[in-house]
Ligand binder design. Structure first.
Ligand code: HEC
Length: 261
């Protein structure tokens, strides 16, 4: 390297250009070309490596280090730069102070997460390897309530077993949404005792929600991070209908039906 020849760009500026160039390069490649927002944490990590690498290269020789720090040294020590120095040492702390202050201001905006508690169900859905038509679907065990009350009671009891084995961990042994896992979940498991839940719903809606769980919710219900499992993978179709009987029986609520309206 010919040191007597004056470089066109001072080293400090060169270094800054390389760092900012890489930063905007990452953003260009990820956000613009790949259409994929780069996560902030990842970008920070990349930049830590880039900055350390650049610093290593630029301070490799003593001469380079001296040249790199010369403008900073001059700013601090050179008597002729007094005015610039005063301005820099006032403005920089003020800007930093303002930035800190403004990032600490509380925000009064409501949280943006919207929740559709009972999203519109699809007309048809797939579960248990079949396609179901929600407009026609009925609980095959409901008719026993009138026709054979003893048999009906038996089915409710079986539904209770299914519930205790599978559901109470989240929905609670009193069906009030206060199961042992509930405190760790958001959205919280639904409280079936509440009039806003199963009393407003048809049994077919419940069948759909239980069989397909959180992942079965339609896109409009997003952003949704429901932990409600996909029960078609764990309990049978019959067990699903029976647990529905149990939910209504235990809470003393009636399923919503079209005939009664
Ligand atoms: C791991 C926890 C967990 C378990 C276990 C669980 N649920 Fe849920 N369930 C949830 C959560 C959380 C919600 C609320 C979010 C949603 O609707 O997806 C929910 C919602 C529901 C709903 C929707 C009710 C409505 O008003 O829209 C029904 C019905 C339901 N669960 C039934 C059951 C049944 C029956 C079982 C057992 C077979 C069960 N759940 C087991 C977590 C769970």
């Amino acid at each position: 390297m010919n040191t007597t020849q004056k470089r066109r760009i001072p080293l400090l500026l060169q270094m800054a250009l390389v760092i900012f160039g890489t930063y905007f390069g990452f953003i260009l490649v990820f956000d613009v070309l790949l259409g994929q927002l780069i996560p902030k944490s990842l970008l920070t990590m990349y930049m830590v490596f880039v900055v350390s690498g650049v610093l290593m290269v630029y301070t490799f020789t003593e001469e380079g280090t001296r040249e790199l720090t010369a403008p900073i040294k001059a700013l601090v020590e050179d008597p002729s730069k007094r005015n610039i120095r005063n301005v820099v040492f006032v403005i920089v702390p003020l800007l930093a102070g303002y930035y800190t202050y403004s990032s600490m201001l509380p925000s009064f905006d409501p949280p943006t997460e919207l929740r559709t508690i009972h999203p519109a169900p699809p007309n048809k859905f797939k579960a248990y390897g079949k396609s179901f038509d929600l407009t026609k679907l009925e609980n095959p065990y409901r008719k026993f309530e009138k026709e054979d009350p003893a048999k009906f009671k038996e089915h409710v009891r079986e539904g209770g077993d299914v519930y205790i084995k599978n559901c109470q961990y989240c929905h609670g042994d009193k069906l009030d949404g206060k199961g042992p896992y509930a405190p760790g979940l958001n959205p919280t498991p639904l409280n079936f005792q509440d009039v806003g839940t199963i009393a407003q719903l048809q049994e077919s809606f419940l069948f759909w929600r239980i069989a397909t769980g959180g992942p079965g919710l339609p896109d409009e219900a997003a952003p949704w991070i429901s932990s409600m499992p996909i029960w078609e993978n764990f309990i049978t179709e019959d067990e699903t209908w029976k647990v529905i009987l149990f939910l209504y029986d235990y809470t003393g609520r009636r399923p919503r039906t079209w005939e009664h309206e």
